[in-house]
Design a protein around this ligand. Structure first.
Ligand code: A3P
Ligand code: MG
Length: 438
């Protein structure tokens, strides 16, 4: 039974009825640590409606950000790519610190039982990606928002090896999040269509970042046309054709595609002075047991056949940006792509080493630059450290962005945006207590 994909990373998160698009307005004279949202306590949990983000209730700090803005004091952050064209920032080689699995019922396991193995395909494979859509497809319920829960479960199960030496920290990380949320940040300076909304909570000196589904994304998800559902399935079906359940096995394309199932790597790394812990779903690994993770991992993708120079240019400018950002972050060294015809048959397979992507795009005019992606993300994380100052598991800094605008934020106390579960807060509390004991 296989398999879901990186949905928890896609920002398909909670909260309906939000109207943050209309909530922006310049605002001055407020202090960002004050809570701007007060409601009846009984009404706080489990309900977020449009009124929450109407301008009346939603203070924003949008102090006329320009290229000359002072990044150390501004309450907004510009996403203009020109501002981030500087030397590539230090990004430490990501190290896998663990992994976890989600089974066919989406249950968490603190192990790698869902790992799959890459099987080299024929040169002209002829995979029919439509096969099984009607009768062998179990689709994860995308309306269920898991937030950071699986990562938090993994942290609790592995907290001894993550314990910080500094007594004030429960974890020795500045940020905990999904890789997919970071991928969205990396691509933000080049994104022209989809905005995002990130909930950020500071707890025991670590900033947790969890995506909230924008109203536009929710509308798109709920009104997805049938052809789109079908094409989503094609990506998962390709994985089934390319993977075996064990190192010596072969793919079984007669099985069920179950998108609840996932194998996730947990990596630690550092972007300049930001210590990061994040998790991302991994499609499969190389069979060779001598290659350690994450170098053994393989990302699988599908894409439309490239027949014209225009199609090649678009592939370089848009697809490769997303592919590069997603795999570069956890140190996955290669993407194996299946190119499909209009009917959903994979007609060729090609490997894209992540380290060679910048060479591939270098002759493309007005193309994206890895350094812009990384510098923006680095500055964004610095921005979060600057604004999210109150260490409180029930306070959420809601950070939002829409194309052509600056990043802005609002503060919410005990609201429906709070995402750190009580079981995590309590367990980490007792974790620190025991840490303090002689
Ligand atoms: P493709 O990758 O072939 O497009 P991933 O590539 O991240 O491993 O995701 C596996 C599949 O999940 C994708 O296959 C695609 O079918 C589906 N998928 C991933 N992200 C998606 C998104 N933002 N919208 C729709 N489908 C998505
Ligand atoms: Mg994939």
């Amino acid at each position: 039974m296989r398999r879901r994909k990186k949905a928890s990373e896609r920002g398909e998160c909670d909260e309906d009825g939000m109207d943050h698009h209309r909530s922006r307005r310049p605002f001055s004279g407020s202090h960002h640590r004050q809570s701007v949202y007060t409601r009846d306590r009984n009404d706080r949990k489990g309900r977020c409606d449009n009124s929450l983000l109407r301008p009346r209730n939603h203070h924003q700090w949008q102090s006329g950000s320009t290229p000359e803005q002072n990044p150390l004091t501004s309450q907004t952050l510009s996403t203009r790519k020109e501002l981030y064209e500087r030397d590539f920032p230090l990004y430490k080689q990501p190290v896998e610190v663990g992994c976890f699995s989600l089974d066919a019922q989406r249950r968490f396991f603190n192990d790698g039982r869902q790992m799959r193995y890459y099987v080299e395909p024929d040169k002209n494979p002829n995979f029919d990606l439509r096969d099984g859509y009607e009768d062998r497809y179990v689709k994860r319920d995308e309306s269920v928002k898991e937030k950071l829960d699986h990562i938090l479960r993994w942290i609790l199960a592995n907290r001894l090896k993550l314990k910080s030496k500094a007594s004030s920290h429960a974890l020795d990380f500045d940020f905990v999040t999904w890789r997919g949320h970071l991928t969205k940040l990396l691509t933000t300076p080049y994104e022209t269509r989809d905005g995002w909304l990130l909930a950020v909570t500071k707890f025991k000196d670590t900033l947790y970042i969890s995506e909230v589904e924008t109203e536009a994304a929710r509308r798109d998800r709920e009104n997805r046309p049938e052809w789109n559902h079908k094409m989503m399935y094609w990506g998962y079906k390709f994985e089934q054709y390319m993977c075996a359940d064990n190192a010596h096995g072969l793919p079984d394309s007669s099985g069920v595609v179950n998108t609840n199932e996932a194998f996730c790597t947990v990596v630690q790394t550092r972007l300049t002075d930001h210590k990061l812990l994040f998790s991302g779903e991994v499609d499969c690994r190389d069979k060779d047991p001598s290659v350690p993770p994450p170098a053994c991992y393989v990302e699988l993708k599908t894409s439309a056949e490239i027949c014209t120079p225009k199609q090649r240019s678009n592939f370089h400018r848009f697809k490769l940006l997303k592919w590069w950002a997603q795999s570069f972050l956890p140190g996955v060294p290669r993407v194996v792509a299946g190119f499909r015809d209009r009917d959903g048959t994979v007609v060729s397979v090609d490997t894209f080493p992540i380290a060679k992507v910048s060479q591939l795009i270098k002759n493309e005019p007005n193309c994206w630059k890895p350094t812009v992606c990384m510098n923006f993300t680095c500055d964004f994380l610095s921005f979060l450290k600057r604004i999210a100052t109150e260490d409180n598991p029930s306070v959420v800094y809601l950070v939002s962005w829409e194309p052509l605008k600056d990043v802005t934020y609002s503060v919410h106390r005990d609201s429906c945006f709070s995402f750190l579960p009580l079981w995590y807060v309590e367990a980490m509390g007792s974790c620190q207590d025991s840490h303090h004991q002689p």
